[in-house]
Write a protein that binds this ligand. Structure first.
Ligand SMILES: Cc1cc2nc3c(=O)[nH]c(=O)nc-3n(C[C@H](O)[C@H](O)[C@H](O)COP(=O)(O)OP(=O)(O)OC[C@H]3O[C@@H](n4cnc5c(N)ncnc54)[C@H](O)[C@@H]3O)c2cc1C
Length: 456
């Protein structure tokens, strides 16, 4: 049995290792070994602290998902979390703190190396995959080879092909398509999956972090927790006008307030005068660069949408698994609970490997569900329209704003265009999707929207 895994983030590495353990010959094809979001991840990996915490973790995840999280998927992933994390610890990942993060009812986020969880996890997984005999080829994948709705291998950038029984795409999310983003993962590979026939689901849901630098460096909530203040271009504190919790309101509330104040007064700064900056890993460097008033903007941080998959990571193309941030399994619903993304990457790898073995031996295959399907006809273009995406389909959306952005997005970049189409279609506000012209939740939209490529 042969498997090709595209991408070497948490999802790709743990899937590769799990496949190898089940007897697959595994090749990872990756653009850059240490690329993607995984090595940049900060806070940690969420998992129930003991058996009594399984139900509370499920409840917190469903609440964050705001009516769109798939309960079966949430139960399956959180039910497996402790076993998978136990395995990853045996592989050398050494969390040293349990942290309470926003939206969690208990301190259940496993953090390592101060704020360096991602690189610690990545290092342990990479070493383990190597030791298990996974081959790594450093090359960009151009696309998946599909014959009769069956994935049979991967085409590389130099035109060569790697044939396999199953293909696992774990190429990361698309938040990097926005002008301001904490990641350079832009989701280009999702477009080649789309062209090959994969369904894309829930694309309108993009999570924004309220305080990034214009270059995309995150400044965590903990800094506000330690006393940092948000000040606008006129030198005034403003959060009190938006929410009684002030600087410590939820991420989406703070992101919208920061966005509006930048529009109104030209800038927003995080004033860290009252903070012991040495307590935070990246803060002394930022203070050396900007002084104690650090310019901030909301940044696109996490792509909830992606290729539609079932709980095992199976896409609608037989033999093609899509995992991690590139996928949309329904685990996060309309909003991601902090630190549930690395958890999803790991658990999916374990589940996908078992499903891959069943497929390779008996052809067994299921696939994802779409409630509403829209066809896309025409050329699939990969370009950049970062400003238009940011202005029209960013932190705050409206019919008029999206309509203004659509022509440019249609011209320049199909993935951005589909994000805008989905945001236009969802005439309500739910989870990470906020429509100023429909600031309510509408039960009729408690459904998943998919896009299907109908050919050019
Ligand atoms: C700054 C930051 C902090 C974060 N903090 C946390 C946190 O504390 N906890 C948490 O749970 N989540 C966090 N996240 C989110 C989390 O890091 C990501 O969701 C997760 O790492 C995604 O893993 P992945 O394996 O799906 O993709 P990635 O880690 O993004 O990896 C994608 C891989 O695909 C490869 N690739 C892409 N395209 C191609 C191609 N065409 N051909 C070949 N290879 C390709 C890349 O080189 C890379 O190896 C954070 C994200 C950011 C940006």
């Amino acid at each position: 049995m042969r498997a090709v895994v595209i991408g070497s983030g948490a999802a790709g590495l743990y899937a590769a290792l799990s496949l190898r353990r089940l007897g697959f010959e595994v090749t990872i094809v990756t653009e850059r070994r240490d690329g993607g979001s995984t090595p940049k991840a900060k806070g940690g990996v969420a998992a129930p602290i003991d058996d009594s915490d399984v139900e509370p973790h499920i409840a917190d995840t469903l609440k964050a998902g705001d009516g769109l999280a798939e309960e079966g998927v949430v139960r399956a992933y959180i039910g497996l979390a402790r076993a998978v994390l136990g395995d990853v610890v045996k592989l050398g990942f050494r969390p040293d703190r349990l942290v309470l993060e926003g939206g969690h009812s208990r301190a259940r986020v496993l953090s390592a190396g101060g704020d360096a969880t991602g690189s610690a996890l990545w290092g342990a997984l990479y070493k383990a995959a190597n030791a298990a005999g996974v081959d790594v080829v450093e090359s960009a994948a151009e696309g998946v080879l599909v014959e009769g709705n069956r994935a049979v291998g991967v085409e590389l950038a130099d035109g060569s092909a790697v044939k396999s029984d199953v293909v696992v795409a774990a190429t990361g999310g698309y938040a990097g398509r926005y002008k301001y983003s904490s990641t350079d993962s832009s989701g280009d590979f999702l477009l080649s999956l789309f062209r090959a026939g994969a369904l894309l689901r829930d694309l309108e849901f993009v999570q924004f972090h309220p305080t990034g630098t214009p270059e995309g460096e995150l400044i965590s909530e903990a800094v506000r927790g330690a006393g940092a203040l948000l000040v606008n271009g006129d030198g005034e504190r403003f959060m009190g006008r938006y929410d009684p919790r002030g600087e410590l309101a939820t991420r989406d509330v703070v992101a919208r307030a920061v966005y509006l104040e930048i529009q109104r007064t030209g800038a927003v700064y995080l004033d860290v005068s009252a903070v012991d900056v040495e307590r935070f890993t990246d803060l002394p460097r930022l203070v050396a660069k900007y002084g104690k008033a650090i310019p901030v903007t909301p940044v696109a941080h996490y792509a909830i949408g992606g290729a539609a998959v079932d709980a095992e990571g199976r896409s609608n193309i037989r033999g093609l698994f899509v995992l991690g941030e590139a996928s949309n399994s329904g685990f996060h619903g309309a909003n991601r609970l902090a630190s549930n993304s690395l958890l999803e990457c790991l658990v999916q790898g374990a589940l996908a490997a078992k499903a891959a073995r069943a497929y390779a031996t008996s052809g067994a295959w299921e696939g994802p569900r779409c409630d509403v399907i829209e066809e896309y006809e025409g050329e699939v273009r990969s370009g950049r329209a970062k400003d238009a995406l940011w202005e029209g389909v960013g932190v705050m959306r409206s019919e008029a704003g999206i309509a203004k952005a659509l022509p440019e997005l249609a011209e320049e970049d199909t993935l951005s265009y589909l994000i805008a189409k989905a945001a236009m279609w969802r005439r309500e506000s739910r989870g990470a999707h906020y429509r100023v012209d429909a600031p309510w939740k509408d039960e009729r939209y408690r459904v998943h929207l998919c896009f299907r490529y109908a050919g050019g």
